[in-house]
Design a binder for this molecule. Sequence first.
Ligand SMILES: NC(=O)c1ccc[n+]([C@@H]2O[C@H](COP(=O)([O-])OP(=O)(O)OC[C@H]3O[C@@H](n4cnc5c(N)ncnc54)[C@H](OP(=O)(O)O)[C@@H]3O)[C@@H](O)[C@H]2O)c1
Length: 291
Amino acid sequence: MHIAWLGTGLLGEKIVERLIARGFAVTVWNRTQKKAARLAPLGAKLATTPAEALASAEIVGLTLADAAAIRAVLLDDAEARAALAGRLIVQMGTIPPQASQALAEAITTAGGRYLEAPVLGSRPEAEAGKLLVMAAGPPEDFALAKPMLKALASKIVHLDAIGKAAAMKLALNALIATETAAFAMALAFVEQAGVPTQAFMDILRASALYAPTFDKKLPRMQAHDYARPNFPVRHLAKDARLFAEVAEALGVDAAPIAPARAWLAEAMKKGMAEEDYSAIAECARKASGGA
Ligand SMILES: NC(=O)c1ccc[n+]([C@@H]2O[C@H](COP(=O)([O-])OP(=O)(O)OC[C@H]3O[C@@H](n4cnc5c(N)ncnc54)[C@H](OP(=O)(O)O)[C@@H]3O)[C@@H](O)[C@H]2O)c1
């Protein structure tokens, strides 16, 4: 099965690696060409334009940064727009529901098809084929994309209307932001109170409050090491902002996400935009007078 992939950043790179390892033929395009070129030794074919990549396959996966990037790549470029006819676009980035619906409309107007399929999980999960995929769109489009999605995911849900999977993804990322902020706060608190972190974690792990993400992020927070991110501060800041905007439109009070957003903004001001999002632990420590 031949697939084209647009956007080989942090997530796209590992998705393409996985697809190649599972026997898919993949043509890749990335705005910064050297990031796509890294995949050539593994067997990826390099396209020099989005239109060239689109022309190579019936199914086209996207892991571009945001809706503006998707529009720039697929719709503002006349050659790419013309190449949409007859292609199924499988959009896996995190974008708001309304933007996803607008893309679906523009792509179908151009003769293409559109499935939204955002994911929970990051580079390690993509590499291991253990992403959690939430898809939404017509059943025939889902059926066409399913072999590819199955190669990437340990769980796939399919919802009906486009926008619902995008909304679900924002709700899940709101939990990433708020849970991480709450854990960073509690950790800074016990550190400052002189409570051994090990004792705190022993009780937390045995309790219903525990979330596995706490142990994933604890080593980075303890080592103050946020380099080599799977998911950087700037993307969680984007997603927390999108969640707050959509919540407001839905009439949902998103007050608990505001402090997490403030810490993400503060981390970006400190020059940590490209670091792992657990870097917000440094904001908690500063607020508590710690390291
Ligand atoms: N990383 C994760 O763990 C993860 C998990 C789930 C969902 N996501 C979502 O998936 C999407 C991609 O994430 P990522 O972590 O792979 O991000 P990333 O490393 O920042 O990659 C972003 C990609 O978008 C491209 N891009 C940005 N602006 C563009 C523009 N104006 N025109 C053309 N290309 C443009 C970048 O090209 P250049 O290389 O040229 O900059 C790059 O290919 C985001 O929506 C993110 O929220 C990420």
